[in-house]
Design a binder for this molecule. Structure first.
Ligand code: GLC
Ligand code: CA
Length: 616
């Protein structure tokens, strides 16, 4: 991208707030907008530029707010529209921006649009959603009579039968999240009108929930069976991921909502299953679709047949994935960079080491490697503290619909809950009990399923933000809606804020680097050592300035086998996660071949060097 194209969000860092779990101001155990307001100075001090709020709209909360029943108000549990206006003004007063979550692939089944639509086949709003009769030749409501064999993302069929009209409606997510029919122009203009309403109120853009699912192949063909877990359902995704009219819809949205506004706005489309090639089209500035997308490849590299059958993490796979995305969007388009959000387990527990010994080192390494790629980084609340996965004793400790539905289906022997051959969870222990693998088709026991949930559940991201070592981690004066992680006694904002060696302080330095050094936002990217199993290494370069970013994804000392290692070892060390001044030469007891390398990394060490590029 030429520098004339450089836009403000290339050197910005976005911070995601999950309101329910961030800060509770009124003592009901649930986070709220006044709670966020009370913490704005913390966020300003961290240095982030943009806040993204997960949904705070009125909602039955079936999917924690991603099921919206009114797009132009605030749920009383989170506050009021007046609280929102005050929050927005105070965010702006601190020089930050605020983007909202736009959830328009579906609404709640309690949204007035759907309530009208389900009134009957002849309601004028019937066609705002996807209604279909039973499969040809089958009786409505009979087992297997759903219009297609598609699975819902939250277990079971993607179709819900409506007794009154004898038809089914489509819900790619929960039964309480019916999919809007974007083929209908009235739906599209109602959505655009709502988006303009928020922009006119002063918000600075949108994070667009599963936006690459809004265009469906209207023929709704059956999907292939056997690719979504081991359930009997088919995979409908080829017919709704980046469907036939997706680019047309996003261009129309741009024209109707964003074109001609001179404010500095940000749009990011959440796009499961998007490829690099498609992402380049979505983010090519000349096409006027979105500024950047959230792709999923790197957060699925440890998935087996589904996320609840995880496989071992391999660094070479991670590097191959990031390397392809960096190259694919180098000239045209733009990356977003994230480890965490409200749907992912905590990265330090996932790709790092969350033991007391290595938590800080591995969390700072992960942040460093991510933030220094080319793209806009996103920090999810608590990531800047090195927050870890939650502690969940039994199924009663989980709250998320995806986890609860999966658990029920797995124990009933339905869906993909059955253990698979080679399942790594088979040899993990759950609560001290050894888990034995059953064969495919056999019912897993409670401890096998719980082990999977502990590792991959979305609730890992949703435990309360750890503000202090005190009761309820300073999140609330009351019992929170989901359990606090007991490690808040040591892992908390109060302890980390002024500690120069904390994860928090390291994230501050990283964010400041992006703001002060154009090479971070605009430099080229070159992956090094793609086949090395422990070392993540890459170069950034802008004009004559060259940076080397190194990370050791292991607890062992490793040599960095770069041909110009000696030169780098004497370059300026900009950032690291070990105290400076400590010797970084090769350990004396190192094996002979390793000893010859000039650059060594200690356990979970990261380093960022700068030099003037040697002449080509
Ligand atoms: C997105 C959200 C997730 C939600 C789903 C359905 O993936 O991030 O939390 O469950 O869409 O809205
Ligand atoms: Ca509250």
């Amino acid at each position: 991208m030429s520098s004339s194209r450089a836009t403000w969000w290339q050197s910005a860092v976005v911070y995601q707030i999950y309101p329910r779990s961030f800060c509770d101001a009124n003592g009901d155990g649930i986070g709220d907008l006044p709670g966020i307001l009370a913490r704005l100075d913390y966020l300003r001090h961290l240095g982030v530029d943009v806040l993204w709020l997960s949904p705070m709209f009125p909602s039955p909360q079936d999917d924690a707010g991603y099921d919206i029943s009114n797009y132009t108000d605030v749920d009383p549990v989170f506050g009021s529209l007046a609280d929102f206006d005050l929050l927005l003004a105070e965010v702006h007063r601190r020089g930050m921006k605020l983007v909202l979550d736009l959830v328009v692939n579906h609404t709640s089944d309690e949204h007035p649009w759907f309530e009208a639509s389900r009134r009957g086949r002849h309601d004028p709003q019937r066609d705002w959603y996807w209604w279909r009769g039973p499969r040809a030749g089958m009786a409505a409501g009979a087992p297997g009579a759903e219009p297609t064999n598609w699975a819902s993302a939250f277990s079971g069929s993607a179709w819900q039968f409506d007794e009154a009209s004898g038809e089914y409606y489509l819900h790619l997510f929960s039964r309480k999240q019916p999919d809007l029919n974007w083929e209908n122009p009235q739906v599209r203009s109602a959505v655009y009108r709502m988006m303009r309403w928020w922009l006119d109120r002063g918000v600075d853009g949108f994070r667009m929930d599963v936006i690459n699912m809004i265009s469906k192949d209207p023929r709704l063909p059956d999907g292939i069976v056997g690719s979504v877990g081991s359930s009997g359902f088919g995979d409908g995704s080829p017919f709704y991921i980046c469907g036939p009219r997706i680019h047309e819809f996003l261009q129309e949205m741009y024209a109707q909502v964003f074109a001609g506004r001179d404010a500095q706005l940000l749009t990011v489309g959440e796009m499961p299953g998007v490829t690099v090639e498609q992402a380049r089209l979505f983010t090519d500035p000349d096409r006027h679709e979105v500024d950047m997308v959230f792709q999923f490849e790197h957060v699925q590299i440890d998935h087996g047949i589904d996320k609840f059958h995880p496989t071992a993490f391999r660094l070479v796979d991670l590097k191959a994935s990031f390397g392809r995305w960096q190259a694919g969007l180098a000239e045209v388009g733009w990356n977003s960079l994230y480890w965490n959000n409200h749907d992912q387990p905590r990265v330090v527990s996932r790709f790092g080491d969350d033991s007391d010994r290595y938590r800080v080192r591995s969390a700072t390494l992960l942040g460093t490697v991510l933030h220094l790629h080319r793209g806009t980084p996103y920090v999810y609340q608590g990531e800047e503290l090195g927050m870890t996965n939650g502690v969940f004793g039994s199924i009663a400790d989980f709250r998320d619909i995806e986890s609860l539905n999966y658990y029920a289906a797995a124990l009933a022997g339905e869906g993909s809950g059955a253990p698979q051959p080679g399942d790594p969870l088979a040899d993990e222990t759950a609560g001290g009990t050894a888990v034995t693998a059953a064969g495919p088709g056999r019912q897993p026991d409670d401890s096998t399923v719980l082990a999977a949930l502990r590792r991959m559940s979305r609730d890992n991201a949703r435990t309360p933000m750890q503000w202090t070592a005190g009761p309820h981690a300073g999140f609330s004066s009351a019992e929170p809606w989901i359990g606090v992680n007991p490690n808040h006694r040591t892992v908390n904002a109060e302890a980390e804020y002024a500690d120069p060696d904390s994860v928090y302080s390291h994230y501050r330095r990283l964010i400041a680097l992006r703001h002060s050094h154009p090479v971070v936002a605009r430099g080229s990217f070159t992956m090094l050592l793609p086949d090395h199993e422990q070392v993540y290494a890459f170069l950034r370069q802008l004009d004559a300035e060259q940076w080397l970013v190194l990370g050791n994804f292991s607890a062992a000392d490793v040599a960095v086998p770069l041909p110009d290692a000696a030169d780098w070892a004497s370059a300026e060390l900009l950032l690291g996660n070990y105290p400076t001044g400590e010797a970084i030469g090769s350990p004396p007891d190192a094996p002979a071949p390793a000893r010859s390398a000039e650059l060594w990394l200690r356990a979970w060490e990261c380093r960022v060097y700068r030099r003037t590029a040697p002449p080509a």
